[in-house]
Design a protein around this ligand. Structure first.
Ligand SMILES: Nc1ccn([C@@H]2O[C@H](COP(=O)(O)O)[C@@H](O)[C@H]2O)c(=O)n1
Ligand SMILES: C[C@@]1(CO)OP(=O)(O)OP(=O)(O)OC[C@H]1O
Length: 168
């Protein structure tokens, strides 16, 4: 059977932090605040993948109180989400995401983001969609107070696969 999941995340834009999106460091005046590298795009995709197999969300696997994840590259979270799919005998069919950012221009970085996300999930770039949109100046995204990302994932699972508990 095919299962789908949805993910959404937001991080605040602040001075003195790196801007990392889809595993790509992007030159900008501000970066994203967070416990890890705050890669809001990878976090949204992580939740979409976990959601597709009924495995909860990123914070249940990687609490933001755990020093092991302080400054961690979010690739690690995606790798674990993909592992949770495999544990259930499943495979990810595709993921698709949209980043809501007023600035900077993300289009020049999208292909590399797709490659990095694909590598973390064990997919090809063709299975990974990344788009960007401004918020037309509206709201917290428009005021450049933060960047948001939303994602969906489709997973093929055996009929008995959903809900298997991680034995590790
Ligand atoms: N941070 C962003 C936002 C948008 N883009 C690209 O610009 C196109 C037009 O954006 P609208 O918000 O006016 O729809 C969009 O389709 C993206 O290709 C971008 O590169 N970086
Ligand atoms: C990734 C984790 C863990 O380092 O922290 P953040 O980088 O703050 O990200 P968020 O999306 O707020 O929540 C998930 C966290 O548990």
């Amino acid at each position: 059977m095919v299962r789908v999941g949805i993910g959404y995340d937001v991080h605040a834009l602040v001075e003195g932090r790196r801007l990392v999106l889809g595993g790509v460091e992007i030159p900008h005046t501000h970066g994203l605040e967070g416990h890890s590298d705050a890669d809001v795009l990878m976090h949204a995709i992580c939740d979409a993948v976990l959601g597709a197999v009924g495995a909860g969300d990123i914070g249940q696997f990687f609490p933001n109180t755990d020093p092991r994840w302080k400054g961690a590259p979010s690739r690690v979270f995606l790798e674990e989400a993909a592992r949770q799919v495999r544990l259930r005998g499943g495979r990810i069919l595709n993921v698709d995401a949209t980043v809501l950012a007023q600035r900077p221009k993300l289009a020049p970085h999208v292909e590399l983001m797709r490659e990095r996300i694909a590598a973390a999930l064990g997919l090809t770039s063709a299975q990974v969609g990344v788009k960007a949109t401004t918020n037309e100046g509206l709201g917290f995204v428009g005021r450049q107070e933060g960047i948001a990302a939303m994602a969906v994932a489709a997973v093929e699972l055996p009929e008995s696969g959903a809900g298997v508990v991680d034995p590790v």
